[in-house]
Design a protein around this ligand. Structure first.
Ligand code: 3PY
Ligand code: ZN
Length: 640
C-alpha cells in the first residue's frame, strides 16, 4: 500500500526532491515509518517463533496462561475510584514546589512512618533477575498513582534496572522513567545510585556522574539513594555532590554489613555512628540505612536507629532491608518504633525472602502504633496485579523456598543470593550450593571482611566461584596467591578501583595478587581519571546512530558496549517495549490473534498463520503472519 500511495502521489511523480517531499507529505511519511516498524516487529516475532526467546537467562515459558486483569480500586465508602487520570495528592508536590529541604522537614515532621514501595525496582531485581518490563509497570501505573498516593516514594529506577533494561529487555531506561513519570506525577520517584560508580560497576570520572544525575533529575527522579559499596566516604561524596548540583533530594546512605549484635564481627555501633557523622557533615537531606543482605536483626535496628535518632533529632531516617533471614517485617517495625521516618517494603506477591518485606504485613505490624499514610485495602488490591506478574515472569524465578538463616554467616546481598542460587540450580543445586555459600564466606574473609553490595559483592561472588571451580581452600589461596589468575573484578578491587575498604586492604595478599602489574591506589580513582569528553561522545554517536540526546550520552558513558548493542538491536527489531510480555517471552500460538499498540492511536492486529518447512539449502524457514488483515512473510534463519 505504501508503494501504491507513493506512485500515485502527484508531488512524488512530478519528481520533487526527497526531503521536501517528506516535509510536504507527512501522512505518507508516517505510513512509511509505521510500515517499517511493523516490518521490524514481524522480524522479531518470526525470530521468537523459530528460535525462541531472545531474553538471556530465561528458563522455560511463563506460567501465566490467562489474560492479565487489572486491580479495581474502591474508595473507603465502597465506590469505584476513577483512575482515568493520575491522582493529584502526594508527597511529590512538596519537592517540586518547595524543594528538597522542605520535603525532608515535612517527612521528619510526619507523625507516623512512611513506606517506600520497592516493587518497581529492588523487588524484581531481587526475585526476578530485574526482568520486569516497562510495559507491565506502565499498565499498573494509573492504579498505583492512586493506591500509593500516601507513600514516601516509589523506588523505580537505578541499581541493576539500568543496564538490564538495555542488555536483556532491549529497552531504553530513560524512556521507562519518562513514561512512568507521566503516569505517576504525584508520588516521589526514588533511584539507587552507586556513588562514584553511577549505575555501573566501577568508578567513572566525576563529570560523568554529574551529567548522569542532571539527566536523571530532568527525566523524573526526585530522590537519589546514594551509597558506596565500601562505605568509602570520598567515593560517596562524588554522588552526593552530583545530586546536590542536579537539584535532587539527597539520601546519602550507610551500608549495613555483618551483625552489630555479634561482638566478634567487624562493623559495630561505633563504626556506624562514625560513618553517619561524616554523612551528616556532607549535608544530606535524608539519611539512608541500607541493609542489603537482610542481616539487620530487630534488636540491632532498635539500637542503631535509636542511637542515631538520639544524636540527630531532626535528621530524617530511611531504612532499607531484605527479608532473606525472615526478619524483614520485625526489623522494619523495630526501625519505625525506634524513630525511622520511612521504611521499605514491596507488594505482597513481590515480597519476602531475598526481596523486601511485605507491605501489607508491615502496615498490619505497625497498626495501632504508627500511621503509614496508606490505604491498606487499596494497597492489597494492587497486589492482585503483582500476583499475576509473578507467574508471567516465572521463567526468571530462582525458586527460593524459604528464609535462609545462614545469611548471618555468608552475608550475601538479596539480589546476588537469588542469582547465585539460580546458577547453582542449573547444575542441580545439592552440594554445590552449600559449597558456594561457604566459599563466599571464606572469600569475604580473604578480602578483609568487606562491606558487600554492588560492585564489591560481585568481587566476593567471583572470587568464591573461582575458589570452587579451582578447588581452592582458604589456606590454598593464601599459599598460592602470587601464582593465581584471579577474576578481573578481584584485580580491580585490589587495585583500588572500587575505593578504599575500612581497615585497609589485606596484605600480603594484595601485593601477591597484583604482582606489581597494577598500581595500588590510595585515593579515590576519580581523582586521577580524566573527564569524559561528553561533546565528543555525542558527536561520535550521532555519526553512527543519528539523533542522540543527553540521556543517550549518559547511557553510553555508563555502559558503552551495552548501549551500542542495544542500538543495533532496536535498529533491527524496532522499539520492543510496546510488545506485551507474553509475546516477548514466548511466541503466539498458530491462529492466535493479538494486538500491539506501537504508538498512541496506532494498533497492529497480528496473527501467526504458519511456520514453513526448514530449507536444507539455506537453513531458513518462512514465517507467515496476518498483519491488519494482510498476509506477510518473514524469512528467518533456524539456529537450532
Ligand atoms: C544495586 O546496586 O543494584 C543494589 O541493589 C544494591 O543493593
Ligand atoms: Zn536492596
Amino acid at each position: 500500500p505504501f508503494l501504491l500511495a507513493l506512485l500515485t502521489n502527484e508531488t512524488f511523480v512530478k519528481g520533487k526532491c526527497w526531503t521536501t517531499f517528506i516535509d510536504d507529505t507527512p501522512k505518507l511519511f508516517e505510513m512509511l515509518t509505521s510500515q517499517n516498524r511493523a516490518q521490524k516487529l514481524l522480524a522479531f516475532l518470526a525470530e521468537l517463533t523459530v528460535n525462541g526467546s531472545q531474553v538471556t537467562g530465561q528458563i522455560g515459558l511463563p506460567k501465566l496462561k490467562s489474560d492479565v486483569t487489572l486491580p479495581v480500586l474502591k474508595t473507603s465508602s465502597g465506590e469505584l475510584l476513577d483512575i482515568s487520570k493520575p491522582a493529584t495528592s502526594g508527597w511529590r508536590s512538596i519537592i517540586t514546589e518547595q524543594g528538597p529541604e522542605a520535603f525532608a522537614k515535612a517527612v521528619r515532621n510526619f507523625k507516623g512512618t512512611l513506606i517506600m514501595d520497592t516493587t518497581w525496582r529492588d523487588a524484581h531485581q531481587s526475585l526476578l533477575a530485574t526482568r520486569v518490563r516497562t510495559y507491565d509497570l506502565l499498565h499498573v501505573a494509573p492504579q498505583t498513582s492512586h493506591a500509593l498516593s500516601g507513600a514516601f516514594a516509589l523506588e523505580c529506577w537505578g541499581g541493576a534496572t539500568f543496564d538490564v533494561a538495555m542488555r536483556f529487555l532491549h529497552e531504553d531506561p530513560w524512556d521507562r522513567l519518562r513514561k512512568l513519570r507521566k503516569a505517576v506525577p504525584n508520588i516521589p520517584f526514588q533511584m539507587l545510585l552507586r556513588g562514584a560508580n553511577g549505575v555501573a560497576y566501577s568508578s567513572l570520572p566525576d563529570n560523568a556522574i554529574e551529567q548522569f544525575c542532571v539527566e536523571a533529575k530532568k527525566n523524573g527522579v526526585d530522590i537519589f539513594r546514594v551509597f558506596d559499596a565500601l562505605n568509602d566516604l570520598d567515593q560517596l561524596q562524588v554522588g552526593v555532590e552530583a545530586v546536590k548540583k542536579a537539584g535532587g533530594v539527597v539520601e546519602a546512605t550507610v551500608c549495613y554489613s555483618g551483625d552489630m549484635l555479634n561482638p566478634k564481627k567487624k562493623y559495630n555501633l561505633e563504626y556506624y555512628l562514625d560513618v553517619v557523622e561524616k554523612i551528616v557533615a556532607m549535608g544530606t537531606h535524608i539519611l539512608g540505612i541500607k541493609d542489603m543482605a537482610g542481616t539487620l536483626k530487630p534488636g540491632a535496628a532498635t539500637k542503631l536507629i535509636g542511637a542515631i535518632r538520639a544524636k540527630y533529632p531532626d535528621l530524617p531516617i530511611h531504612v532499607h532491608t531484605h527479608d532473606s533471614a525472615g526478619t524483614g517485617v520485625a526489623s522494619m517495625t523495630a526501625a519505625a518504633l525506634a524513630g525511622a521516618d520511612a521504611v521499605d517494603a514491596a507488594s505482597n506477591s513481590m515480597s519476602g525472602m531475598t526481596s523486601q518485606p511485605s507491605i501489607s504485613a508491615l502496615i498490619a505490624s505497625l497498626e495501632g502504633q504508627l500511621d503509614t499514610n496508606l490505604d491498606a485495602a487499596q494497597v492489597k488490591e494492587i497486589d492482585s496485579y503483582w500476583a499475576q506478574m509473578r507467574l508471567l515472569y516465572s521463567c526468571f524465578e530462582a525458586d527460593l523456598k524459604g528464609p535462609d538463616p545462614e545469611v548471618y554467616d555468608h552475608e550475601i546481598p538479596g539480589g546476588q543470593l537469588t542469582n547465585l542460587l539460580f546458577q547453582a540450580q542449573q547444575v542441580g543445586l545439592g552440594a554445590q550450593w552449600k559449597e558456594t555459600k561457604e566459599a563466599y564466606r571464606q572469600a569475604n574473609q580473604l578480602l578483609g571482611d568487606i562491606v558487600k553490595v554492588t560492585p564489591t559483592s560481585k568481587v566476593v561472588g567471583d572470587f568464591a566461584q573461582f575458589m570452587v571451580s579451582n578447588n581452592l581452600s582458604y589456606d590454598d589461596v593464601l599459599k598460592k596467591a602470587s601464582t593465581l589468575d584471579v577474576p578481573a573484578s578481584v584485580l580491580d578491587f585490589f587495585e583500588g578501583l572500587m575505593g578504599q575498604p575500612y581497615g585497609g586492604f589485606p596484605e600480603p595478599l594484595r601485593s601477591e595478587i597484583l604482582r606489581g602489574q597494577r598500581p595500588k591506589l590510595t585515593e579515590r580513582p576519580g581523582k586521577s581519571l580524566p573527564p569524559v569528553d561528553l561533546v565528543g561522545i555525542k558527536a561520535d554517536l550521532e555519526k553512527r546512530f543519528g539523533n542522540i540526546t543527553g540521556c543517550d550520552v549518559a547511557s553510553y558513558t555508563m555502559y558503552p558496549k551495552v548501549y551500542e548493542e542495544y542500538r543495533k538491536y532496536i535498529e533491527k527489531y524496532g522499539d520492543l517495549s510496546v510488545v506485551p510480555t507474553k509475546y516477548f517471552l514466548a511466541p503466539p500460538e498458530i491462529g492466535e490473534e493479538f494486538a500491539v499498540d506501537i504508538e498512541q492511536g496506532k494498533t497492529l492486529v497480528l496473527k501467526l498463520l504458519a511456520v514453513g518447512e526448514l530449507s536444507t539449502q539455506t537453513g531458513t524457514r518462512e514465517v507467515y503472519f496476518e498483519l491488519n488483515g494482510e498476509m506477510r512473510k518473514v524469512t528467518v534463519e533456524d539456529k537450532h
